[in-house]
Structures are given as C-alpha cells and as structure tokens.
Write a protein that binds this ligand. Sequence first.
Ligand SMILES: Cc1cc2nc3c(=O)[nH]c(=O)nc-3n(C[C@H](O)[C@H](O)[C@H](O)COP(=O)(O)O)c2cc1C
Length: 178
Amino acid sequence: MSEIVAFGASSSSQSINKQLATWASTQVIEAEVKFLDLNDFEMSIYSLDKEQATGIPEKAKQFKAAIQEADGILISFAEHNGSYSSAFKNIFDWMSRLEKPIWSDKPIFLLSSSPGPRGGKNVLATAIGSFPHQGGQVVASFSLPSFNENFNSEEGIVSEVLKKQFDEQLLLFREALG
Ligand SMILES: Cc1cc2nc3c(=O)[nH]c(=O)nc-3n(C[C@H](O)[C@H](O)[C@H](O)COP(=O)(O)O)c2cc1C
C-alpha cells in the first residue's frame, strides 16, 4: 500500500484547507494517509543569521523526513495576500536549506480553496509554477472556489461540476502513485 503525506498549508485550527486536504486524501482510497499539522512544525522565522548561528531546526528535518518517507504528497493551500500563508512559507524556507531536491521527486496533488470565488487561484498558480523547479512532480491540481457553498464535511465537494473536475485530477494523482 502506498503512503501519502497530506496537509492544509495553514495554521488555522478551523482551516478550510485542512478540511479540503483531509477529505481529498480519503479519496485516494488505495493509500495510507499521514496527515501533518503545520502547528507541529512551528519554528522561528527563517533568517540566514539564525541558520549560521544555530543551524537548521530539528522540526524542519522532521518535516523533510515525512516527505521523503511518503510515496506522494497532497497539499491544499490557504491564500494570504495572494501568496503562501506565513506558516507554510517558513517551513518551506527552512526545509529548502536541507539537501535537494526539496520535494524529493514525489508526485504531488496541489489544491487550494478560499471562501471567495477565486478559490485561492493565485497561491495555487505560484505553487504549480515553482514546485517543478524544486523537485516536485505536480501531476494534478484543483482549486475549490466559494468553499462554504461548495463543500460540506459529510459529502465533500457538493457541486457536481466541481466534483467532476476534482475526480479527473484525483485520477491523475492515483495513476502517478502507481
Ligand atoms: C492575512 C490574510 C490574508 C488573506 N488574503 C487572501 C487572498 O489574498 N486571497 C483570498 O482569496 N483570500 C484571502 N484571505 C482569506 C482566506 O482565503 C481565508 O481566511 C481562508 O479561510 C484561509 O484558508 P484557511 O481557512 O485554510 O486558513 C486572507 C485571509 C487572511 C487572514
């Protein structure tokens, strides 16, 4: 059985992206899911000075180890001012100082959602554009707009049109997992 690592790229306890990532990962029926909470990887804000003074924190190494041990990665991004949440960006920055490739050449399913109609498309586009240069194979992506109208925790994605789009991307990810 393959193992995937999944997380919502948000530190909010009520994160809609944690909800989406949790549900989406249950749809990868053949995989065992290891769900990460970014709050377990909180570190001081990355700076070169801190890195030179005290090295890379253990939590960054633990995060990278979880990625390395998995067969695939599923992330749902919160969009903050058009970009990554600080919680995700800080872990990403610290982890990027460890050995390359950053995303360990794993197949990745990237998602995003927001309460608004754009569904976090800006942050998703950023990740789709940059992950392939950082050792991540982005094999599938999906943005869920207007989260509160289109999702509920029992049924998942409730819009038929959006569910169909999601299922197409899900299939690509499952195929890549092999
Ligand atoms: C600091 C901050 C900046 C935000 N910027 C954006 C934004 O640029 N685009 C957007 O669609 N939503 C933005 N939002 C609203 C988020 O989409 C919303 O809070 C969402 O619930 C975040 O995802 P999460 O619940 O998974 O943390 C912002 C929210 C905060 C707190």
